[in-house]
Design a protein around this ligand. Structure first.
Ligand code: GYE
Length: 330
């Protein structure tokens, strides 16, 4: 029962003393409500990218807004830490568990432990390769679509003729697997589009910079290379630094396309150092807690995959993005 109807209900039940009682009942209910508030365990991937830190901040802020006690555990990019986190959440009898899995494999045992304890599990952001009955729903974007959007943008921008170097995300992670597949689905339609070098930069700026240094050395300064395709913005921002250090002109001598839509890429689009980025929404806490709290309240008709919409941004809308997103102007 929401607070305002609690007051009217309480008032109707009691005479003038009722007014005081009503307010104390409300305080009790709020205290009771607070005491009854849900405790949710959240196992997060790590802090590898600007998108990740924005997503973590949004989850914590949204939980606070809803009076949820969020047990936030950040795994430092190590899935074993996530299995330990799930175990600790089960021991603490949380009401629900939310996981953003570093990699797709190895999750069956941990999810079976939660299921045995009758604790519902929700998969967010990434994906797991398990029997779907081991989790309630996945709330995430379509990474394959993101790869296809990036591939389609590059096909038109290069008129279907392009030698590409690829910065891959974390090996065996759902976004790296699916973004690669989606991108390849499109460029394989064009006989003159090829990925000539591909390596993981682990979704970090440092990783992107280091791998780009190797690509520059292997290709004599990116000779014959028309584009850089990166599985996230932070890696391509690192690559831009490496390219500039070698007097290359990212965004001009090579087309630069990536995924995430973090503030740093909007600045690079506005400066002309990057050409396109597929936006991955980071303010998804509201979608996630709507599903988790709905399920805890008895709602059972959620689709197995609640898809978060994607978007594509280019230099053309960089200025609007900069004005729309104050954080992009810093
Ligand atoms: O693109 C990247 C982060 O899991 C889809 O993880 C997410 C990816 C995101 O490291 O910035």
């Amino acid at each position: 029962m929401n607070p305002s109807s609690q007051i009217t209900w309480a008032r109707s039940m009691m005479p003038w003393r009722g007014r005081i009682a009503a307010w104390s009942y409300l305080l009790l209910a709020l205290w009771g409500g607070a005491a009854g508030a849900q405790t949710i365990g959240f196992s997060q991937v790590g802090t590898e990218s600007d998108w990740r830190t924005a997503f973590s901040a949004d989850m914590q802020a949204e939980a606070k807004r809803r009076g949820i006690t969020l047990l936030f555990q950040e795994a430092g990019g190590n899935v074993d830490n996530q299995f330990k986190a799930v175990h600790s959440f089960v021991e603490r009898h949380v009401d629900a568990i939310v996981i953003a899995p570093v990699v797709v494999t190895g999750w069956t045992a941990a999810l079976k432990e939660a299921q045995a304890a009758h604790i519902p599990v929700f998969v967010v952001d990434r994906a797991v390769d398990v029997d779907p009955s081991l989790f309630v729903a996945r709330i995430a974007a379509n990474f394959n679509l993101e790869g296809r959007l990036a591939g389609a943008w590059l096909a038109q921008a290069s008129r279907g003729r392009c030698n590409i170097v690829e910065l891959q995300g974390t090996v065996n992670s759902a976004p790296a697997i699916e973004r690669h597949k989606g991108f390849d689905t499109i460029i394989s339609q064009f006989s003159d589009m090829h990925i000539v070098l591909s390596k993981s930069g682990d979704f970090t700026a440092e990783g992107g910079q280091k791998v780009m240094e190797e690509f520059i050395a292997q290709t004599h300064g990116l000779r014959e290379i028309c584009a850089v395709w990166s599985h996230n913005d932070n890696m391509i921002l690192g690559a831009i630094e490496a390219m500039k250090a070698h007097s290359l002109q990212p965004g001009h001598s090579q087309l630069m396309v990536s995924v995430d839509g973090v503030p740093g890429i909007y600045q690079a689009l506005a400066k002309g150092d990057a050409n396109a980025s597929v936006e991955l929404k980071s303010d998804i806490g509201k979608y996630i807690f709507d599903v988790v709290q709905g399920y805890l309240a008895g709602k059972r008709d959620y689709p197995k995959w609640v898809v978060i919409p994607s978007d594509l941004h280019t230099q053309a809308d960089a200025a609007d993005l900069m004005s729309a997103k104050p954080e992009a102007r810093n």
